[in-house]
Design a protein around this ligand. Structure first.
Ligand SMILES: C[S@@+](CC[C@H](N)C(=O)[O-])C[C@H]1O[C@@H](n2cnc3c(N)ncnc32)[C@H](O)[C@@H]1O
Length: 202
């Protein structure tokens, strides 16, 4: 069977996600009392009514994101820090990851959890700004909380050619900022904790 260049790249991308998921130990990002649940394919509570997402969902999102080594990426809703660490494994030492998290206690925990990764920075989310426009543009944006409508502020933080994966109103969306405009495709139904947008921040 002849394998096209695109198919070869997709296969390498899938393998990179599988390797990252194997290399980054989920238990290290869970509260001590929940570590025995690390092997379950379910979301696990991390406090403050938030969760460390379901592994199969995270893997599906990372495959859609098609992260390349050396990229500058944004992790919106860093929670436990696990997805930031997975993104760090995918971009490698020449890339960089900025994570933003709105719950201060989780921000501190995520910072501690990724302290050994010099190319990852977890920031406290600003109460009235979504994402990290001060560090844009990003080649890739992963959003781990669900918006009701596609957040325009985050699309604006994508570099030309960049990709964002985000749950929006129950659907997993892949948003590609192409030269001819923004292309959005749907990739199945998922449930997530809500993305708290600026007008609803406390
Ligand atoms: C599903 S949870 C965390 C998943 C996380 N990626 C992980 O690996 O543990 C989603 C997170 O998004 C955060 N969040 C919600 N709205 C946010 C916003 N506007 N900015 C930053 N973080 C937000 C929540 O506080 C929560 O920790």
């Amino acid at each position: 069977m002849r394998v096209t260049a695109d198919q070869g790249a997709a296969d390498r991308g899938h393998m990179a996600v599988t390797e990252a998921m194997a290399a980054v130990t989920r238990a290290d990002f869970l509260p001590l009392s929940a570590r025995r649940r690390a092997g379950e394919d379910r979301p696990v509570g991390i406090g403050h009514q938030q969760t460390n997402s379901q592994p199969s969902t995270v893997a599906a999102m990372l495959r859609l994101l098609e992260v390349e080594p050396g990229e500058h990426v944004l992790d919106v809703g860093s929670g436990s820090g696990w997805t930031a660490a997975l993104l760090a494994a995918l971009v490698g030492p020449t890339g960089s990851v900025v994570g933003v998290e709105r719950v201060p206690d989780l921000t501190r925990g995520a910072r501690d959890a990724v302290a050994h990764l010099p190319h990852v920075e977890i920031r406290q989310a600003s109460p009235d700004v979504l994402g990290a426009p001060e560090s844009a543009p990003f080649a890739r944006i992963l959003v781990s909380a669900e918006a009701m409508t596609l957040p325009r502020e985050l699309v604006d933080q994508l570099a030309p050619g960049g990709v964002m994966v985000a749950p929006v109103d129950g659907q997993m969306l892949r948003v590609h900022r192409a030269a001819e405009g923004v292309r959005v495709s749907e990739h199945g139904r998922y449930r997530f904790v809500p993305l708290i947008e600026a007008d609803r921040l406390d």
